[in-house]
Design a protein around this ligand. Structure first.
Ligand SMILES: Nc1ncnc2c1ncn2[C@@H]1O[C@H](COP(=O)(O)OP(=O)(O)OP(=O)(O)O)[C@@H](O)[C@H]1O
Ligand SMILES: [Mg+2]
Length: 353
């Protein structure tokens, strides 16, 4: 119960409970959001469970000065006073973004409603960062392409330079193409509704396809791909999405390894879970960076990644693809020794090994 204060003392000085207060109390009790009713001295008469949970009220007082100010403002106007506010709650001083609205209720009371908008705000910030990142990533190859075309136009009598600039032009336009393709894949995995695209699939064919799509890159970098995956681990999933995920892992293993090394791709299935592992003996990832590399656009070593043409989207696509299939990605890595990424997926319950 959200009752604050003592209403039933037989004391003659006890407060008069009027009809307004009863209605206000009933309204506040059924509110999903945080609601508080205050009397003329700004003492809290009633607080909804949400308001208590938010930590808005202590000893019949509103804790936050900004909310109290809004209540005062509401007393002076005829409509509702409302504002977007940032408040801190709890011992951890957690930052919340709220929409607060206060309005007079009868002559003496004010009702305050507080809506948590933190999640929406976070999404907005993420979206803004994403757009800024995309624009930045697009600007680099587009700028380079524009400079290179100028350079080619100015090098008419210099076939050697034309050849050099053309090769760079090709590399930059390929980078642009990759970026656009990855953005499309990311938006696809983010907005995916698996029920529309899921089919019964065998993970061994997903792996075979993903490895096949990396064979050219592996040959070019002189990296040997060794697969051991027996058929039989099946699940309902999006074939293209899972193939892209495994392909991204294999592509990284090749890109962040030295020429002449080997990349292993394995499949194990036990207790209803399949584990697709991709192991390299490449540069490895420091402990600090192991968490961050799954973020969009994050690259542990931007200069190396520039060389490989990476944009930092590959692993975020893998992470989304895994969670769309109710699975996850695990990483074991040691700098200078190598990395193993393991994509874990629930499968139809029948065991293979
Ligand atoms: N197998 C690996 N070994 C070492 N570092 C890795 C490995 N896989 C990923 N990384 C690090 O994690 C970062 C993020 O990887 P991710 O695949 O998301 O992006 P990317 O490879 O840079 O670009 P792209 O979007 O083209 O894949 C890489 O830049 C790299 O620093
Ligand atoms: Mg990558």
């Amino acid at each position: 119960m959200g009752i604050v204060g003592n209403r039933r003392s037989g004391n003659a000085a006890s407060r008069q409970v009027d009809a307004f207060e009863i209605v206000a109390a009933q309204v506040v009790d059924v509110l999903a959001t945080a609601g508080v009713v205050l009397d003329e001295r700004n003492l809290v008469l009633r607080a909804s469970p949400g308001a208590i949970q938010f930590g808005l009220v202590q000893n019949r007082h509103l804790i936050h000065g900004s909310l109290l100010q809004l209540v005062e403002e509401a007393r002076t106007i005829s409509g509702a006073a409302e504002r977007e506010l940032q408040i801190e709650t709890g011992l951890q001083r957690e930052q919340l973004w709220v929409h607060a609205k206060a309005a007079k209720f009868g002559d003496r009371y004010v009702m305050l409603l507080v809506d948590d908008r933190t999640e929406a705000k976070r999404l907005e910030v993420t979206r803004r960062d994403f757009v800024a990142n995309v624009s930045h990533e697009l600007k680099t190859p587009i700028g380079a392409i524009s400079l290179l075309t100028e350079a080619i136009a100015g090098a008419q009598d210099d076939p050697e330079n034309i050849k050099k600039f053309t090769a760079s032009l090709q590399k930059e336009s390929q980078r642009l193409g990759n970026l656009v393709q990855e953005l499309m894949q990311l938006s696809r995995v983010q907005g995916a509704k698996l029920s529309d695209t899921a089919v019964e699939l065998d993970l061994a064919s997903v792996i075979a396809d993903a490895v096949d799509r990396n064979q050219v890159l592996a040959d070019k970098r002189n990296v040997k791909l060794v697969t051991s995956a027996k058929p039989g681990a099946t699940l309902q999933g999006d074939y293209e999405m899972l193939t892209t995920a495994v392909r991204n892992l294999v592509e990284n293993a090749i890109a962040y390894s030295d020429p002449g090394s080997q990349v292993g791709i394995g499949l194990k299935a036990l207790d209803g879970i399949a584990e697709i592992s991709v192991t390299d003996s490449g540069i490895g990832i420091s402990e600090d960076e192991q968490e961050r590399i799954f973020e969009r656009f994050y690259r542990a070593d931007p200069s190396r990644s520039r060389e490989t043409g990476g944009t930092g989207l590959g692993l975020s696509i893998v992470k989304h693809a895994a969670s769309n299939h109710k699975g996850d990605v695990r990483l074991f890595s040691k700098e200078g020794v190598g990395s193993t990424f393991t994509l874990r997926l629930p499968i139809d319950s029948k065991e293979t090994n």
